[in-house]
Design a protein around this ligand. Structure first.
Ligand code: 0A1
Ligand code: ZN
Length: 877
């Protein structure tokens, strides 16, 4: 199969081709006459021509059935007054202002893409970001057209159905003559992607928040009937987020009501529609019985993220979708700051650093590599990526480091003062930061346009007898779309220690070396052999550091570094080093590897045992990096060999630290208090379950009974799942019997069952593919439900190394077969699920051949979605 070297120019859009809209829509009155089979939509828009030369208005539209179209009082005729196109319609008019009335129908029940208006689980729900509104009516579906929306929802369903949209409820007719109408008005002009409609039966939890200026806001949370008890944490999180934004950024909520609806069928985590957030129920529902501490953390973070969008995203929005990181990078940074304040700075930071190293670095090294502000897009939903979101947040974090907390706040104030109510660009944001601080950020801006992960090579050499020079060189490797790379602004936070663990004076401000050019050097007044640098503390820049540590150096950092992040990073690097050694030894490089490993682990374990750190820090230090995060460390990696090498290291660590872990485990298991999501309990549970998981790798027979006992006595989901995950490691019958018990207990809870499906998918059963077939037939499984697909097929493809990378290629084929079916149902989810195939170039050649064969097969499928087409064509070039 031959594929041209760029994706079809017909299909792709380029950032540089941006043109302002020819017309704008000032107000729109939408009327929905709901029916699952056929909903009638009437849109009455007041339109103003901006480009005085324009005699054509293009309106986006997709999968719509047009009934009639009118300008002012005149009914329009096809081909004379307008023309239907594949992706919308063209209207011929030179009027400066006019009222456009469009009537069309849509079919919510047939909409399995979950984009536009859909009907799932007996409720109507909309999802319009990025380009879903065009599946509701013909419109200028672009973020730089901001209109005032009034929405009437007409329903003939039972009286107690909620009919919700953005803004304030201005009319509710009540159920009369078999019909009810609710009218909502949102006073804030907004782009169509922030429109929302939800209609269905829910239970409602209500609360109130008083803003710093004394305004009372009604808070309403809608959940599936019977689930009210699982909504309180989300509502509490919302109130925390509201006051955090006031305290930290002076930002107050602006409408009288804030609504959140939790639904089971949703493509992403949640959506920040103005005044009416829609959430995947996974990020709302939580109680001790059904949610882990991690779930509680995620609910709080996602609730905050969507709330923060009210200012960074809604009040100031994006001019075009290439600017997505303007709102997402910034909002992720803000939610990360919030989580760090609510829970633990360190654990929050580590979890985000892991996402960067496991997922973002991989994306940036693969065929979908793009800058945080992409230049070319075929399907916008393919660009809701870890690059735009998480690397985008890291770029904002560097700005924060550069300008300091107060300077950053000044920049934010300036940004809102200049752009409230506007649709703007990433440049506008950086300019506000720059002007508010009198700084020059022109060099910094390169982070927005350059893709790829910079590598920073650090070399250490003697300068005379008593000095050491650390030299730093930036390497920005060319990528397919960017042959020429520039050097970037890279702040490297570092500390250096001498052989006794004393901190060496680096004379650096805030311990940070700023690279403004391709290379730089740091001279220290200590002899070379005595220096140990602790580099990139707090992950101060999204780069890969290359420095050849010895184990002794890492042990010095673990023992003497004053900050816990550095200790964690050093232990992490030590594990990577040991895993690589075993991996290379399996390739015949070192026959003494096992003995060496025993000795090295002994030393590492001693350093760990001697630490006096908080439980959550110890838990992180005892967590060996995932195999996925190691893929960027080894060229052309054999995933199965790496899996075994990692496993060997974990087993050795487990045996060496057996008594230490047992001691902590037993201590932390005593006198459990009733579950609460509060720091001390969470931190202790984290250490307890990390110890149990590590213990499960040891050869000691005492561990299995501990696991079974913990499962039996568990009074919260963290402990229950902790036991289940440990049981999975031991691979004995306990695991299967516990899984049966789990299913019996939680079989009717969709969110909890996702955990069960995910555990099943990661099983190391040799007949895993047949097992997956059986699970697909489970009564709780549905290909139409993204959470189920992600839990089962996603967990298999992303995390089941042995099953997915089977040497006969059957794992790859299994995923591909599934993608072919899923693409017809929900292209967005299919596209996300193909990520493990996209990253084939990092694997050994045997794996590469097998994966490429599947990609070629996929490419040959007729009627493939744009979503998959864009990715495959990039992968196969
Ligand atoms: N803006 C949302 C994410 C989101 C994006 C696209 C969606 O459908 C394709 C749904 C949600 C956020 O950042 O939370
Ligand atoms: Zn967001």
């Amino acid at each position: 199969m031959t594929i041209s070297s760029t994706t079809s120019p017909l299909l792709s859009k380029k950032r540089r081709d941006y043109t302002p809209p020819s017309h704008t829509i000032e107000t729109v009155d939408l009327r929905f006459e709901l029916s699952p089979q056929e909903t009638k939509v009437t849109a009455v828009s007041t339109i103003k021509r901006i480009d005085t030369q324009s005699s054509v208005l293009f309106l986006d539209g997709k999968d719509l059935c047009l009934q009639s179209i009118k300008i002012d009082d005149q009914i329009l005729t096809e081909n004379d007054d307008y023309k239907m196109l594949d992706n919308g319609l063209e209207l011929y008019t030179s009027l400066a202002t006019f009222t456009l009335t469009v009537v069309n129908t849509i079919k919510p029940i047939e909409n399995t893409s979950l984009e536009g208006l859909y009907y799932s689980n007996n409720a109507y729900c909309s999802q319009c970001e990025a380009e879903g509104f065009r599946k509701i009516t013909y419109f200028l579906d672009r973020p730089d057209v901001l209109a005032i929306f009034t929405v009437s929802i007409v329903s003939t369903a039972e009286a107690d159905t909620y009919l919700l949209s953005n803004g304030n409820l201005i009319t509710d007719t009540g159920f009369e003559n078999g019909e009810r109408t609710c009218v909502w008005e949102d006073p804030f002009p907004k782009p169509s992607y922030l429109f929302a409609l939800v209609a269905g039966h829910f239970d409602k939890l209500v609360d109130e928040f008083t803003t710093q200026s004394g305004k009372k806001i009604a808070l309403e949370l809608f959940v599936d009937e019977g689930r009210l008890g699982q909504g309180q944490h989300a509502l509490d999180s919302l109130k925390k987020a509201m006051s955090w934004d006031e305290q930290n950024y002076g930002l107050e909520y602006d409408l009288d009501i804030y609504m959140i609806v939790a639904v089971d069928f949703f493509n992403m985590g949640a959506m920040e529609n103005k005044g009416l957030n829609v959430f995947n129920s996974k990020f709302v529902l939580a109680d001790a019985h059904t949610a882990t501490d991690e779930d509680y953390f995620n609910v709080e973070a996602v609730i905050a993220h969507e709330y923060f969008h009210n200012w960074t995203g809604n009040r100031v929005t994006c001019r075009d979708w290439f600017q997505l990181s303007l709102k997402e990078g910034l909002t992720v940074f803000r939610d990360q700051q919030f989580s760090a304040d609510m829970y633990s700075d360190l654990v929050t930071r580590i979890s985000h650093v892991n996402v960067m190293r496991e997922n973002q670095f991989a994306e940036d090294a693969g065929p979908m590599s793009h800058p945080i502000r992409p230049d070319e897009v075929v399907e916008m939903s393919n660009f809701y990526t870890v690059t735009v979101y998480n690397k985008g947040a890291e770029v904002i974090r560097m700005l924060h480091t550069l300008l300091g907390k107060a300077g950053f706040r000044k920049g934010m104030d300036e940004y809102f003062a200049r752009h409230d109510g506007q649709a703007v660009t990433c440049d506008d944001f950086v300019n506000a930061m720059q002007d508010a601080n009198g700084a020059d950020l022109s060099h910094f801006k390169r982070w927005y346009s350059q893709s790829g992960t910079p590598r920073v090579r650090v070399e250490q050499a003697s300068t005379g007898d008593s000095q050491t020079t650390l030299s730093f060189t930036q390497i920005n490797t060319p990528t397919r779309t960017q042959a020429q790379k520039q050097d970037l602004y890279v702040p490297i936070k570092l500390e250096c220690f001498d052989k006794n663990g004393h901190k060496v004076d680096t004379r650096l401000k805030n311990d940070t070396l700023v690279m403004n050019s391709a290379s730089t050097a740091l001279v220290l007044d200590v002899p070379n052999e005595q220096i140990t640098p602790s580099l990139l503390q707090d992950f101060s820049a999204p780069v890969l550091i290359e420095y050849d540590y010895t184990l002794s150096q890492l042990l010095i950092i673990i023992e003497f570094a004053g900050n816990d992040y550095a200790k964690w990073e050093a232990s992490h690097n030590a594990y990577i080093m040991l895993i690589k050694e075993i991996y290379n030894a399996a390739n015949g490089a070192n026959n003494n590897a096992d003995m060496q490993l025993r000795q090295d682990i002994e030393k590492l374990a001693t350093a760990i045992k001697n630490l006096t750190v908080a439980p959550e820090v110890l838990a992180q230090i005892l967590s060996v990096p995932s195999a996925e995060s190691l893929y960027s460390q080894i060229e052309k990696v054999d995933p199965i060999m790496l899996y075994h090498a990692r496993h060997k290291v974990v087993v050795q660590l487990s045996n060496t630290l057996h008594h230490f872990c047992i001691r902590h485990y037993l201590r932390l298991s005593q006198n459990p208090r009733p579950y609460a999501y509060e720091k001390q309990q969470v931190n202790n549970r984290s250490l307890k379950n990390t110890c149990l998981h590590l213990l499960a790798h040891s050869s000691a027979e005492t561990v299995a009974p501990l696991i079974a006992l913990q499962y039996k006595n568990a009074h919260n989901m963290s402990d229950r799942l902790g036991a289940l995950k440990a049981a999975q490691v031991t691979q004995d019958d306990t695991f299967d019997s516990l899984m049966i018990a789990f299913e019996e207990q939680f079989g009717d809870d969709a969110v909890v069952m996702d955990k069960w499906f995910a555990m099943q998918a990661k099983s190391s059963k040799t007949d895993i593919l047949a097992h997956l077939d059986l699970l697909q037939a489970h009564q709780q499984y549905s290909i139409k439900n993204p959470n189920k697909v992600r839990s089962l097929i996603g967990s298999f493809a992303f995390y089941n190394t042995l099953g997915f990378h089977q040497i006969d290629g059957s794992g790859y084929k299994y995923l591909t077969d599934y993608l072919i079916t899923l693409d017809k149902v929900n292209p967005q989810i299919a596209s996300r699920l193909m990520t493990p195939l996209m990253q084939f170039s990092r694997y050994a050649s045997t794996n590469q051949v097998l994966i490429k064969a599947q990609l070629n097969r996929l490419y040959g499928v007729k009627g493939l979605s744009k979503d998959l087409f864009e990715k495959i064509s990039k992968a196969l070039i």
